[in-house]
Ligand binder design. Structure first.
Ligand code: 5GP
Ligand code: MN
Length: 345
């Protein structure tokens, strides 16, 4: 049995909404990751079994390693089909916002979501959600939005309606947001849920291979290059890797190629904070990813130095300057956080 995470009153209210709703739009965040896509498609498959008209819309493209997910071809990219997407959003009876806590996480979609008349539901696990939805199901101690989607469907009494396709999407989101169940993954209920998903016929080993072992040769060479340039700060138990636009060109970089790079320096003994800086190809910014182990709050560092936020152990942000300046900023952040990085325990 699973413990009750989502408030019953919120579930009851959403259930009542559903009775009168026909058109539903599901929205995920910019640069959608495995959990954004997995939770959105998991919820999409469920709502389809209720005979609703459902559309998943995300601000921009997602990595190739998620394209095998059942239903992924039906996902609408806002940056390509803005007009059509705006129409769907405006006409939706319900808008489900999944895996983000603030409107700025959906970029240019924010205006039409804010203006939409439909009822809005948030399902998310990021800290401090903004109040842009009527029902807020936000539980930051849960390791993925996909897990919350599973919990919601079950609490509504529809476990038996979860299809294998839906289960594959939910599992993928749970797996990717915990690094293949290597962090944020000590809650025993996660493994109860996995066994329930297995009972739907998913092949978890095959899903692992499809997500993690289908990269290009150039991606592996890029990884080797990035690691060869890594800077380690032994005094601060930290490491920094980076990727310029020029280097991306040299290695035929495509979206998703650097997914997971930021975790690699954490495999060095003693390193508890890893930072990855990447020059964005579309905007003149540097994208920051931070990962930590233990109690070090990389979301605090991201908020203070890189206009970002996120989870305790996985956060990100943006820097408005050159990659060189971002490196200097990271060194500055390390100076400030040195005592905490050296704290025992
Ligand atoms: P990633 O490093 O995988 O891009 O992001 C890890 C986590 O950091 C995300 O799940 C999200 O919570 C947070 N994050 C990433 N980028 C940003 C950002 O620009 N702003 C904020 N507030 N959070 C971010
Ligand atoms: Mn997530």
């Amino acid at each position: 049995m699973l413990s009750k995470v989502i408030d019953q009153t919120k579930i009851d209210r959403f259930t009542r909404w559903l009775e009168h709703a026909e058109k539903i739009v599901i929205v995920g965040h910019v640069a959608p990751d495995g959990d954004a896509i997995g939770s959105s498609l998991g919820f999409y498959h469920f709502l389809e079994t209720l005979d609703k008209t459902v559309n998943v819309i995300v601000p921009n493209g997602f990595p190739d390693f998620l394209k095998w997910l059942p239903g992924s071809r039906d996902i609408l990219l806002y940056d390509r089909y803005k007009e059509f997407a705006d129409k769907l959003i405006a006409e939706a009876d319900i808008i489900c916002c999944l895996d983000f806590n603030a409107l700025n996480r959906i970029d240019s979609m924010a205006d039409s979501i804010q203006a939409a008349k439909g009822k809005k539901l948030l399902i998310d696990h990021h800290l401090q959600p903004e109040e842009f939805c009527d029902i807020i199901m936000s539980y930051s101690h849960i390791s993925s939005t996909s897990e919350l989607v599973f919990r919601l469907i079950c609490r509504m009494g529809y476990f038996s309606d979860i299809t294998r396709e839906g289960a594959e999407c939910i599992y993928t989101g749970m797996m990717t947001d915990t690094g293949g169940f290597t962090y944020n993954s000590n809650n025993p209920e996660i493994y109860f849920i996995i066994s329930e998903l297995l009972s739907k016929g998913i092949d978890k080993d095959d899903i692992y291979r499809k997500v993690y072992n289908t990269y290009s040769e150039s991606r592996l060479r890029l990884m080797g290059f990035v690691l060869s340039q890594m800077k380690v700060y032994p005094d601060c138990h930290a490491a920094l890797i980076s990727l310029t636009k020029k280097e991306q060109g040299q290695f035929d970089y495509i979206r998703g190629d650097s997914e997971g790079f930021v975790n690699i320096p954490l495999s060095i003994k003693g390193v508890i904070l890893s930072c990855f800086l990447r020059e964005d190809t579309e905007r003149p910014i540097v994208k920051i990813s931070l990962r930590s182990v233990g109690a070090f709050p990389c979301n605090q560092l991201a908020a203070e130095f890189f206009n970002g936020g996120g989870h305790l152990n996985a956060s990100g942000g943006e820097f408005y300057g050159t990659i060189e300046e971002a490196r200097v900023m990271f060194a500055k952040a390390l100076e400030k956080y040195k005592p905490l990085l050296n704290a025992k325990g």
